[in-house]
Ligand binder design. Structure first.
Ligand code: PAF
Length: 284
């Protein structure tokens, strides 16, 4: 495994690999790798000749009240984990390398951003789209892997590559879960013991909602009310949002039909957890 820190070397190395007929699978990350990331690398390893990950904490996607400097970092540990996943290259640029001067061009995302987590993070997805545009040009992958846990990010990235015609296939990888169904997250360790016991109810409420829908419920409001009641009753968490939208366009729905997402965010005392399921219903 090689660590590359300059854009020039990364581009050159990838160009040689492509000339040699090798396929490139890419997992963009901000480091501090967890099991979700490892599952993306595993999938990339299965499907490509070369696996590249990047580790770059992107200042552009942090808001003025979000603390960029306290974002967790541990490169040595990340390197070890990537090595275990048989990653071939880590692209690990500095901020100066990625943003040597103030940007004369950035990417603005016009849709899919003013709902779910994007609502409270104005500009966040512009930062994500801008850095991914740069990273895709540097790594030039055939396939790029993203976790479905952050389904809004997947939707935005699909919009980016479709609208701007990037020759890269976006692969959305299933959320990794604990045995009791709780979505794995580095934030789960911040749950109090009783909150940890309650937290699987988030996914359970999504599964019960799915059951309701499969049994014929088509009213999104009724499904949202059901989930709200279940989470309020079974947890001490404070609901941030429970929303249903078409997927990946993230438009409001008056009736549950086609492909859609049920997503939620719940705040516990020291951890805000998110989860979602994506369903497809086509009446005969
Ligand atoms: O999901 C992340 O870690 C980041 O948003 C990404 C995709 C690496 C872009 O900085």
């Amino acid at each position: 495994m090689r660590v590359i820190t300059t854009i020039k070397e990364m581009q050159h190395t990838m160009l040689l690999a492509k000339k040699g007929g090798q396929s490139i699978g890419y997992v963009p990350t901000m480091g501090f790798l967890h099991e979700g990331h490892l599952s993306l690398m595993e999938k990339a390893r299965e499907e490509n000749d070369i696996v590249v990950i990047s580790i770059f904490v992107n200042p552009l996607q942090f808001g003025p009240t979000e603390d960029l400097s306290s974002y967790p970092r541990d490169f040595e540990r990340d390197k070890e984990l990537a090595l275990n996943q048989q990653v071939d290259y880590i692209f690990y640029p500095s901020v100066k390398e990625m943003y040597p001067h103030s940007s004369s061009v950035t990417v603005k995302v016009n849709e899919r951003t003013d709902v779910l987590c994007g609502k409270s993070r104005p500009g966040h997805f512009d930062g994500v789209a801008t850095v991914l545009t740069k990273l895709f040009q540097i790594v030039q992958p055939e396939k790029a892997y993203f976790g479905t846990k952050d389904a809004q990010q997947v939707a935005v990235v699909e919009g980016l590559v479709n609208d701007l015609h990037f020759p890269v296939e976006i692969i959305a990888v299933e959320t990794v879960r604990e045995e009791d169904g709780l979505a794995k997250s580095s934030r789960n360790v911040n749950l109090l013991p009783e909150e940890r016991e309650q937290a699987p109810n988030l996914y359970q409420s999504l599964l019960r909602a799915k059951e309701m829908i499969l049994n014929g419920e088509r009213n999104p409001q009724k499904v949202v009310s059901f989930i709200t009641e279940m989470i309020t009753e079974k947890t001490d968490g404070k609901i941030d949002y429970i929303e249903i939208y078409s997927y990946p366009m993230l438009k409001e729905l008056t009736e549950l039909h086609g492909k859609f997402i049920i997503a939620l965010a719940v705040k516990f005392s020291k951890a805000r957890l998110i989860d979602n399921i994506i369903l497809e219903i086509y009446e005969k």
